[in-house]
Design a protein around this ligand. Structure first.
Ligand SMILES: Nc1ncnc2c1ncn2[C@@H]1O[C@H](COP(=O)(O)OP(=O)(O)O)[C@@H](O)[C@H]1O
Ligand SMILES: [Mg+2]
Length: 818
């Protein structure tokens, strides 16, 4: 008796379409089992001879009844494909064979009956289920088999050990079924059962009975012959498991730990698939020694499963009025953004109400659509993901928190900055040492509910490399058609993300992968004016910092002037982060004085600010830098907000006329600088510039690298102005900044980021801004008080730029065109 090595499972063997059929009388060959057969009939001898000349494969099929020369109708439909391993001829002409069963087959059709039966066959694999029950049954079979072997004289002890070493329930079933003495009909019955667990159950039954026969001799009562009832069977299986555990010395520690995990898993309300997996792992855990490395891995896994919020929801229905109130409570102004959020929530509320109706399993009477409306493929109407785009400190994250509060949901944040590996989103397979779930599942565990507001922070900083593209994993996470069955590699089972409200944030849209961007609805937050910052500080930041430092409202107060002083002299930002920090510094100092015994309330004036924070850090840089010719103030858009930049042009004697560019090195930038230089050179006379001034000179233009403009060419007019200023030896007007692209012929073309740039200009103390005329409409986006404070000069061409930037009034050389 022999068995194929474990692991030699089904599916890796290709069953031929047609096979010669060897009818078996009073014998069944099970898959994986090696069985001796005697062949005497002439046509069977012929069959064996032919098979031995070929691939040695044949179909081994039992007869329904024992008779000579069975025809097609006398055979069972289910049999086994087998291979002849050994062959010995006896003097009387018959043959002794050793055949090896390989896999179950079904006879589909007859191909021929002469000189022997040949049938068309198809594979008929067993139904392998990975349930706890199959595993428990396997152990039960192996255990009772061992006892049977002990009680019997015919079966050698090795077969019990061999059975114990077969971890695969299917292997164990066929092995035991082929070794214990059974009627051919019973073996056939086991062969024909599809689920492996059914085979095992039948075997437990049979073996138990056989054991009872041996142990109790002939004194069997009628009820032991009856099938064990389900309850008894369960009891029996548990006893078996216990005895296995006892044998492995794990009854005490291991047993209670497993029981505790089982209890927690029961409470966690796992869905069907997850429950099956958890049960399977629990069963494995029960069979492992606490010292084995797998024990720890499985325990960690089950801890994760038990701690995930499979069925915990926090949010009820969406109340739009309440949401409005909360958003207003938490944030100053931002009216447009708040309106968009409320519209989004309103749509969500409607979808939720309608969608739930369609899905409700209780309302059997109503016609239930096959799928909820938003599940269909690329329905353009599917719910977008809100994405807040803007520089740091403008309230993107805190808006997300506020939405969570408005909905009564938990808030979790996951930073995507520097995430390059898909596994960070989706986790590593459990087979990796130290594997963990991905960050989505980690976030949900932190949320403790499965409907949190989940912020995907810095989605513009996501990367991709050889470890896979995390953005494609994210796409799946965000897709309502897919995310209700999100499969984390570590969990290995689906988790339903459909109730999660995802919100993204970014500093810039440029680096967000296209498909992700298409899924998002963009809400832009450009930054605040000084006046808005003062309002935010008074109404939100100061009260927050007072509370954080244990100060009462009457113990520390700020004058509006003081706040303005902090904004202008100590911060230089689009948002309010540094402002918040400086206010915290002052609060800390005041708290300390109060703690030291000072009792008078403190009022912070502009003068007090300098006393507490030191000399202002940001002086009037623009005025200072533009005192000499050759420097012009430009405006740049950057991911952290608008900024002013200073373009510096200088001239050096050189052997040939040459342009050297340093600082920012982008191609677009170089080209636009070239265009600016060409324009100034070729129009020198018209601009009042001595054409000889550039002769034999190397011109050096430096554009600071710190401010990377989004639109490379937008520094064109600034470079041109710096050059003209240098050539005319006249400084640029010192409260002026500009932006715009320039062509070789001196036309000024529109550029992007106007609002951010204007905010930055105002922050830097600029009074007037030169903009391309075709950007006129963008000026409407600029907050009104800034529009009143700043002068906008709309231009079509280079001459107009220079007329404003280098006014001829105090000019030593008056331009010819004036
Ligand atoms: N409009 C606003 N009203 C009230 N507080 C604000 C506003 N904008 C920003 N803040 C506050 O500024 C701080 C920084 O905001 P944060 O949300 O972290 O910015 P971001 O995520 O855009 O970088 C937070 O304390 C936030 O509450
Ligand atoms: Mg943030």
């Amino acid at each position: 008796m022999a068995i194929r090595p474990p692991g030699d499972g089904q599916n890796d063997f290709v069953v031929p379409d047609a096979l010669p059929v060897l009818p078996l009388r009073d014998a069944v060959v099970l898959p994986l089992a090696a069985v001796p057969l005697a062949v005497g009939q002439a046509r069977s001898v012929r069959l064996v001879d032919d098979v031995m000349r070929g691939n040695r494969l044949l179909a081994l099929v039992a007869q329904r009844e024992s008779k000579q020369d069975p025809g097609p109708d006398d055979l069972r439909q289910i049999g086994t494909v087998g291979m002849i391993h050994q062959l010995a001829r006896t003097p009387d002409g018959s043959i002794r064979l050793m055949v090896q069963g390989i896999e179950r087959i079904r006879l589909v059709d007859w191909v021929g009956t002469e000189p022997y039966l040949v049938a068309r066959v198809s594979p008929h694999p067993d139904q392998v289920d990975q349930s706890t029950e199959a595993e428990a049954l396997r152990r039960a079979v192996v255990d009772v088999f061992r006892r049977l072997v002990e009680a019997s004289s015919e079966l050698p002890a090795e077969v019990a050990i061999a059975a114990e070493n077969l971890a695969d329930p299917r292997h164990a079933a066929y092995f035991v079924a082929s070794i214990v003495p059974l009627d051919a009909a019973v073996r056939q019955e086991i062969l024909e059962m599809d689920p492996v667990s059914a085979k095992l159950r039948r075997l437990v039954d049979l073996l138990q009975r056989e054991l009872a026969v041996r142990e109790l001799g002939r004194k069997i009562t009628t009820d032991t012959e009856e099938k064990l009832s389900k309850k008894q069977r369960e009891y029996y299986l548990r006893e078996q498991l216990k005895s296995i555990q006892k044998e492995l010395g794990e009854e005490e520690g291991g047993g209670t730990e497993v029981a505790e995990l089982r209890r927690r898993l029961d409470e966690a309300g796992l869905p069907e698939q997850a429950k099956r997996e958890a049960d399977r792992e629990l069963a494995r855990l029960a069979g492992l020694s606490a010292a084995s490395p797998e024990h720890g891995m499985i325990t960690t896994y089950l801890e994760w499963m038990a701690n995930l919020p499979w069925n915990k929801l926090a949010g009820g229905t969406i109340d739009i009025h309440h949401a409005r109130r909360v958003l207003d409570e938490d944030h100053f102004d931002l009216e447009k953004v708040k309106d968009r959020i409320l519209e989004y929530l309103a749509v969500k509320k409607l979808r939720q109400e309608r969608g739930d109706e369609a899905r409700s399993p209780g309302s059997a009477a109503t016609a239930v659509p096959a799928e909820p409306p938003h599940v269909t493929g690329d329905n353009p109407a599917r719910e977008p993901i809100l994405c807040f785009v803007g520089p740091p400190g403008v309230g993107k994250t805190s808006l997300g928190q506020s939405i969570a509060r408005a909905l009564g949901r938990r808030f979790v944040r996951m930073s995507l900055g520097g995430v390059r590996d898909e596994a960070e989103i989706r986790g590593h397979r459990r087979t990796y040492i130290g594997a963990l779930p991905g960050r989505i599942i980690q976030g949900l565990r932190r949320a403790e509910t499965r409907d949190p507001v989940f912020m995907l922070d810095e989605i513009d900083k996501i990367g991709a490399d050889w470890r896979g593209d995390p953005s494609s994993a994210l796409l799946e996470v965000l897709d309502p058609a897919q995310n209700h069955t999100f499969a984390d590699n570590y969990l290995g089972v689906d988790f339903d993300l459909s109730q999660v409200l995802f919100i993204a944030t970014a500093n810039t849209l440029d680096t967000i992968p296209g498909p992700l961007r298409d899924r998002m609805e963009i809400l832009t937050l450009s930054g605040y004016t000084d006046a808005e910052k003062v309002g935010i500080a008074q109404q939100y930041l100061i009260p927050k910092q007072l509370a954080a430092h244990g100060l009462a409202a009457n113990e520390l107060a700020f004058d509006a002037d003081a706040i303005r002083q902090i904004v202008r002299g100590y911060t230089r930002e689009a948002g309010v982060r540094s402002l918040d920090r400086e206010i915290a510094t002052i609060a800390r100092k005041v708290a300390r004085r109060l703690a030291e015994g000072q009792t008078d309330p403190v009022r912070i004036t502009a003068a007090r600010v300098v006393e507490l924070l030191g000399r202002p850090r940001f002086i009037d840089e623009v005025a200072e830098r533009t005192t000499r010719p050759g420097v012009a103030t430009g405006l740049a858009w950057t991911p952290v907000g608008g900024d002013v930049l200073f373009v510096e042009a200088s001239m050096m004697p050189g052997s040939e006329e040459r342009l050297v560019l340093t600082g920012m090195l982008g191609d677009v930038m170089r080209e636009s600088a070239q265009a600016a230089v060409s324009y100034v050179w070729s129009n020198a006379e018209m601009l009042g510039i001595d054409p000889k001034i550039f002769e034999g000179k190397t011109i050096h233009v430096h554009v600071p690298a710190g401010a990377i403009p989004k639109d490379g060419p937008s520094a064109g007019v600034t470079i041109m102005t710096a050059l003209a200023s240098l050539a005319l030896r006249r400084p640029v007007q010192n409260d002026l900044a500009m932006t715009g692209e320039i062509t070789l012929r001196g036309k000024v073309l529109p550029v992007g980021g106007i609002k951010e740039k204007v905010l930055a200009a105002h922050r830097a103390g600029i009074r007037s801004v030169i903009l391309p005329r075709r950007n006129e409409r963008d000026v409407e986006d600029v907050p009104e008080d800034l529009r009143r404070q700043l002068a906008f000069v709309l231009v079509d061409n280079a001459e107009e730029v220079l007329a404003h930037a280098l006014p001829p009034a105090s000019a030593p050389v008056t331009a010819g065109r004036a």
